[in-house]
Design a protein around this ligand. Structure first.
Ligand SMILES: C[S@@+](CC[C@H](N)C(=O)[O-])C[C@H]1O[C@@H](n2cnc3c(N)ncnc32)[C@H](O)[C@@H]1O
Length: 248
């Protein structure tokens, strides 16, 4: 039997799933190789009552079945070909992972879940003690804004590094959260891991470069955009100072 090893990025997402209580009904959306559910089943079998792995395309689902076969857990995973959560009933899902996709795709998946009306609001055995583990590769401000505007609360954020790239993962539950500042929309909050300082430095550099790029730009929409970005940049600097003080 092949032992599954996760990359730091997927390990970060898996660790957030393992935090929740036992007997979870897990759905891994956009599973591709199914490394995450296979690792969870190999290492925390007792925590999972049922595991579903979905993907939009046959090729990734075939890869997922191969991984599961090699890892000795093919009979424990229900593979479904669908867009996001389209072929998943709300009663089958209490821990949902959506990892390795752009923030817009994650929003599309959450927005178009056919059962969202009753489930996301916590009715009919809905979202209340359920979790989402989201691991966006891009469009993080847009994703956090959508979560904030749609009744979700980001409980915790983690970071992982692979090579020179930093990745984030969000643990999300239903419920109100204090509004995120413009800088928090970009860099997140409730994140207390050692990589946080480096993560903030990168966002400061990125917003700084964007501001430099806008310095000579003209036109109606430029000034408000520039002000918005300046707000983010200043907020990130403050967050970095707070982080440094907290480290001392
Ligand atoms: C880059 S892979 C990520 C695989 C794995 N989740 C990870 O984090 O390593 C993205 C996978 O998501 C699938 N995907 C993209 N959009 C999707 C959607 N709307 N619904 C289901 N799967 C989707 C793709 O087919 C692909 O297999």
């Amino acid at each position: 039997m092949k032992q599954i090893h996760l990359s730091p990025r997927l390990q970060m997402a898996a660790d957030l799933v393992v935090k929740r209580e036992q007997n979870a009904w897990l759905v891994d959306v956009g599973t591709d190789h199914a490394y995450l559910p296979a690792w969870l089943l190999q290492n925390h079998r007792e925590q999972f009552a049922y595991v579903i792995a979905t993907d939009l395309r046959e090729g990734p689902l075939d890869r997922a079945r191969r991984t599961a076969r090699e890892a000795g857990c093919e009979q424990n995973i229900d593979f479904r070909l669908c867009d996001g959560l389209a072929a998943v009933d709300p009663r089958e899902a209490d821990s949902i992972v959506i990892a390795g996709m752009g923030g817009e795709t994650i929003v599309h998946i959450l927005e178009s879940a056919h059962w969202k009306a009753e489930w996301w609001r916590g009715e009919e055995g809905g979202m209340e003690d359920k979790i989402l583990v989201l691991q966006p590769m891009s469009s993080m401000p847009e994703l956090r804004k959508w979560l904030q505007e749609n009744g979700f609360s980001i409980v915790e954020e983690r970071l992982a590094k692979e090579g020179d790239t930093l990745y984030t993962a969000l643990l999300v539950r239903a419920g109100e959260m204090a509004p995120l500042s413009p800088a928090e929309l970009w860099a997140g909050r409730n994140c207390h891991v050692p990589l946080r300082g480096e993560w903030l430095d990168r966002w400061i550099a990125r917003t700084g470069r964007a501001l430099e790029g806008m310095a000579l730009a003209q036109g109606d929409g430029v000034l408000p955009k520039k002000r918005e970005l300046e707000d983010v940049w200043k907020g990130l600097q403050d967050m970095k100072k707070e982080w440094e003080q907290w480290q001392m």
